[in-house]
Design a protein around this ligand. Sequence first.
Ligand SMILES: *[C@@H]1O[C@H](CO)[C@@H](O)[C@H](O)[C@H]1NC(C)=O
Ligand SMILES: *[C@@H]1O[C@H](CO)[C@@H](O)[C@H](O)[C@H]1NC(C)=O
Ligand SMILES: *[C@@H]1O[C@H](CO)[C@@H](O)[C@H](O)[C@H]1NC(C)=O
Ligand SMILES: *[C@@H]1O[C@H](CO)[C@@H](O)[C@H](O)[C@H]1NC(C)=O
Ligand SMILES: *[C@@H]1O[C@H](CO)[C@@H](O)[C@H](O)[C@H]1NC(C)=O
Ligand SMILES: *[C@@H]1O[C@H](CO)[C@@H](O)[C@H](O)[C@H]1NC(C)=O
Ligand SMILES: *[C@@H]1O[C@H](CO)[C@@H](O)[C@H](O)[C@H]1NC(C)=O
Length: 695
Amino acid sequence: MPPCHQNLPDQMANILKIFCVVLLLLTILASSQATELFYPGFKHVGSNLTLSGAAEIEKTGMLKLTNRTSRLMGHAFYTSPIQFKNLTNGKAFSFSTSFVFTIVPEYPKLGGHGMAFTIAPSKDLNSLPSQYLGLLNRTEIGNFSTHIFAVEFDTVQDFEFGDINDNHVGIDINSLNSNASAAAAYYKDSVSKQSLNLKSGKPIQAWIDYDSGRNLMNVTISPSSSKPKIPILSFHVDLSPILQEFMYVGFSASTGLLASSHYVSGWSFKIDGETRLLNLGSLPSLPKPKKNHTSLMIGVLVSTIALALSAISVSIYIFMKKLKNSDPVESWELELGPHRYSYQELKQATKGFRDKELLGQGGFGQVFKGTLPNTKTQVAVKRISNDSKQGLQEFVSEIASIGRLRHRNLVQLLGWCRRRGDLLLVYDFMENGSLDNALFDQPKTVLSWEQRFKIIKGVASALDYLHEGYEQVVIHRDVKASNVLLDNELNGRLGDFGLARLHEHGSVSSTTTRVVGTLGYLAPEMPRTGKASTGSDVYAFGALLLEVACGRRPIEPKAAAEELVLVDWVWEMYEEGKLLEVVDERLHGEFCEEEVVMVLKLGLMCSNHGPSDRPNMRMVVRYLDGEVEIPKDLRAPRRRNGGDHDHEAAFGDILKSFASSSSSDKMSLCSNRDMDASFTSIYTSPLCLQQGETR
Ligand SMILES: *[C@@H]1O[C@H](CO)[C@@H](O)[C@H](O)[C@H]1NC(C)=O
Ligand SMILES: *[C@@H]1O[C@H](CO)[C@@H](O)[C@H](O)[C@H]1NC(C)=O
Ligand SMILES: *[C@@H]1O[C@H](CO)[C@@H](O)[C@H](O)[C@H]1NC(C)=O
Ligand SMILES: *[C@@H]1O[C@H](CO)[C@@H](O)[C@H](O)[C@H]1NC(C)=O
Ligand SMILES: *[C@@H]1O[C@H](CO)[C@@H](O)[C@H](O)[C@H]1NC(C)=O
Ligand SMILES: *[C@@H]1O[C@H](CO)[C@@H](O)[C@H](O)[C@H]1NC(C)=O
Ligand SMILES: *[C@@H]1O[C@H](CO)[C@@H](O)[C@H](O)[C@H]1NC(C)=O
């Protein structure tokens, strides 16, 4: 019996309507192809997988998304779209997928960049490599109309996207800022969690299960075929607004400055149900380095032929390269991070590191002027020699992240090149040299107060950015006038950030702490703690403030004894109420008194011997911008109390010995942690690494 009183023709019409809808749904369902995929290896996948970018299927049936070449992307999508909803506005279906992947990095510990299981509205992603994992481009990040869902297996820590470490799994929705992430690991049983190295070069199986009823997404990984009971990630999300009716499923991978080969050896996918099991043992595997006797013979034969062939091809390659210059650097590449230059290119740019191109000799090495052969851009090339292999390798990985720090008052790192023990860093060329030169070596063109004030503000905002603008605090460690460079508009730009780390990396295994810094800018707690902090950067910045306002170096060996240490002298004059007498005479009184007094007082505040009594850089910027008024009364920068006293005496001794030694303003200290505040040795050479090592 029909529940309501309708006449027969109406009922018929309703039944017909329902029938039509069902028919329509069936046709849609039929056109959506399979809702189950099962590929234990991709040997016979044929045209069912659409590959793009660097992706290819190897003879063994292994899907290779990228090789170990920088800045590649590789995509592999199931050719037909998969239906994820019954109606456009309906609820997304549950699905499960499992696959086995292997990541083989170029350098054992440094992956680049990662791969992702991807659900996308199109097979042609207009995306970027490196940290974008080939998923999105810059304009699409966070845009809801992108409709990208991905589970990333990321082997590089990107501060830009708030990555937790360089070995993590994350759930990404329309963005690379993961909505949920976890360090790569698996549960052996319900309690013991075992960490897992994604870039170990060994196969890892991953399971991604979405339960539409409970709006729950689980991600599980394991080094074996058996699925751990507890997922590593469990995230509550309704994918209905993200997934469209028809979507493409597959994989995306990318490499950056550092590169890995990303492989997928098997994949199974199912809508509304458990996936079929993949057996790790029966999947294609990477060639093992082990060889038996006959294959060794063949190997020798093959390699002899290969050697001959490669000798020929190398000569052809060199010939071709001479004909055709290597790829010019595109501007978008620069935006992605530092570029890896070839040694030849840099050698050509600097005319073979000719003495005539030498711009200066800094604490970390020589700096040459250069013109890149392809783009004709002027650059500064810094050559650093370092024996410490480990230090260098860690540093190279750091370049990848440091190079992405971007601020208009930082000297931009354009790229790098490594050759044996030499590290070459390529920077923007700064036309007006260093602040140190401008203040002291060019008596004819004296910087006006406005120019000086602008430079100071620029450096302060750069330092504030390093300290607080990023999720990770970056400590400069060597703020000083010779590290402040002036561009064509006389903006102050801070250079050499991060370089001091190179020295410290060298000290991992020894008990000796090397304090890197320049006397006069070196915070008094540094020799004792041996640890750089944002506070020690602020101290150095204070010294710089006084230096710029007074036109005098923080420590002036040639000055009278009571004027040796600039801070002390400025403080004395301040106490005597004669603060304006310390101002650089070369300004001939042409300056804004308010600003100068503020800068000098701020310099004294930053030079406080107690790290906690110094303002932080955010505060310094606010003082300089006039947002906050500087306190009327200042505390003496040197506190004469507590345990600081002994240490201060030691510090004073150094100053004295320094004054009586050379007049070089660049100097580093090596201190031995065991001997606390007493200094075992003072090297006048800025490179104390080797001396420290041999002790
Ligand atoms: C390719 O896809 C079609 C349609 O889903 C299916 O019938 C066929 O078996 C697939 N071929 C392989 C090799 O998986
Ligand atoms: C890596 O892949 C790229 C893009 O497919 C290709 O141009 C390059 O030759 C490959 N390099 C190696 C070493 O296989
Ligand atoms: C789609 O809808 C039809 C009818 O409502 C239903 O029978 C079918 O199970 C649905 N498909 C999925 C995958 O949920
Ligand atoms: C980013 O991708 C979108 C769509 O895929 C495209 O319209 C846009 O032009 C791309 N932007 C850039 C900068 O490539
Ligand atoms: C998001 O992308 C769409 C289409 O690509 C574009 O029309 C829209 O302006 C974008 N929205 C934002 C906030 O960028
Ligand atoms: C995921 O993250 C993006 C950006 O980080 C955010 O816009 C979005 O609301 C998040 N989605 C969910 C379901 O948490
Ligand atoms: C996800 O994991 C939880 C345990 O954390 C489990 O209760 C749930 O059944 C899992 N769901 C799926 C779809 O695997």
